[in-house]
Design a binder for this molecule. Structure first.
Ligand SMILES: [Zn+2]
Ligand SMILES: [Zn+2]
Length: 370
């Protein structure tokens, strides 16, 4: 049997739809039939051509949910010990820390520089199914996978393995504690997930900054106490002043770049209290350099921590959070548009927000349902 995988051939398309034979999972592996694969902000950066494409093109897509098609020898349960069978719905990590580098040995698998991807992430390399924009995905041995509870839909589960796990990693590593305060710079998929997670971790104050009306509304529904509309506060100085006003002139304990837009980092650093922590999650392409005087870090005792991926052990906790919060967090609002795999170009064009009337962009996520 064959399956189709979409490969981005050049910036902004077109895509090739390549067919490959379905591999038999090796011991410890799982072959997944993908249910939902979302267009994450990092996928948009690649699609726009902000990072170079290899000559073979790129298999993309990493935020997803799926169903077990075939289990490799030895896989009998999910990572929480629940029996696992063909047809079960699961989420899983899309990268595989090596387990033997200095970062892994220091218990920081999220920082592993040698993370494996199926077929090294190159289209046409066995086991072929190495991107989310595909009918299938090959989970290498050493994955974490968690069954999706009956009460959670595939679409609600799909953002857990990128957006939600990523922001939980950020809050954990940033030492976010009960009563702390947070500015979320950008209320898209990452930002909304971060608001909900920080609220659940006992945040004292959450402020969301965005310029898209639908996102500002959702930010409140996900748990933000205040929103700052960029259209009302058009300059960094306006927004820094607004944050100071909401915090008795002190600033917040944590601020997060979950936008990946030039200029947000220096602005966020100014919003911090002395001893505050800046979480860099959104800027994954080069070119956002800014002048920074280290005396600011010294005198104000600031910390800046960056994250590219997360510790896969977060996934069971993230799934449990979604399950127990589903009554008061509108998780079903994260995906606003779905497209078939053949419509992947339409999904990206709809998700693109740079240079558009903000009311016309996808609010948070467009998804492909192969
Ligand atoms: Zn992502
Ligand atoms: Zn490693």
């Amino acid at each position: 049997m064959d399956g189709t995988i979409a490969v981005l051939q050049k910036a902004r398309g077109p895509w090739a739809f390549q067919r490959y034979p379905l591999p038999d999972p090796e011991p410890g592996a799982i072959l997944v039939k993908i249910s939902y694969a979302n267009v994450c902000g990092s996928d948009l950066h690649v699609w726009r051509g902000e990072t170079a494409l290899p000559p073979q093109g790129r298999a993309m897509g990493h935020e997803m949910s799926g169903r077990v098609l075939a289990l490799g020898t030895g896989v009998k349960t999910d990572s929480t010990g629940q029996p696992l069978h063909e047809g079960d719905r699961i989420i899983y990590n899309y990268f595989f820390p090596c387990g033997r580098c200095i970062s892994c040995l220091r218990d920081q698998p999220e920082c592993c520089p040698n993370k494996a991807r199926p077929g090294n992430g190159i289209p046409g390399n066995p086991p072929y199914f190495n991107g989310g924009f595909s009918e299938y995905y090959y989970l290498l041995p050493g994955h974490v996978c968690v069954k999706i509870p009956d009460e959670i839909s595939d679409s609600v589960a799909a953002p857990i393995n990128c957006a939600l796990a990523q922001v939980i990693q950020g809050l954990d590593s940033g030492g976010f504690r009960q009563g702390d305060s947070l500015v979320v710079q950008g209320a898209g998929g990452l930002g909304l997930n971060m608001i909900a997670a920080a609220r659940d971790m006992g945040a004292g104050l959450i402020i969301a900054v965005d310029g898209i009306p639908g996102r500002l509304k959702l930010a409140k529904e996900f748990g933000a106490d205040h929103t700052i509309d960029i259209r009302d506060c058009p300059t960094p100085a306006d927004r820094i002043a607004a944050v100071k006003e909401l915090t008795n002139g002190q600033g917040v304990t944590h601020a997060a770049d979950v936008a990946g837009v030039k200029g947000v980092v220096p602005e966020g650093l100014e919003m911090l209290v002395h001893g505050g922590t800046y979480l860099e999650i959104g800027s994954i392409v080069a070119g956002f350099a800014f002048p920074f005087d280290p005396d600011q870090a010294c005198r104000r005792s600031l910390r800046l921590i960056g994250f590219f991926q997360y510790d896969p052990r977060i996934l069971p906790r993230a799934m449990d959070f979604v399950r127990r919060s589903r009554g008061h967090v509108p998780w079903d609002q994260v995906i606003s548009h779905t497209f078939p795999l053949e419509g992947i170009q339409d999904a990206f064009e709809r998700a693109e927000w740079v240079g558009r009337d903000p009311t016309q962009a996808v609010i948070t996520r467009a998804a492909v349902t192969p």
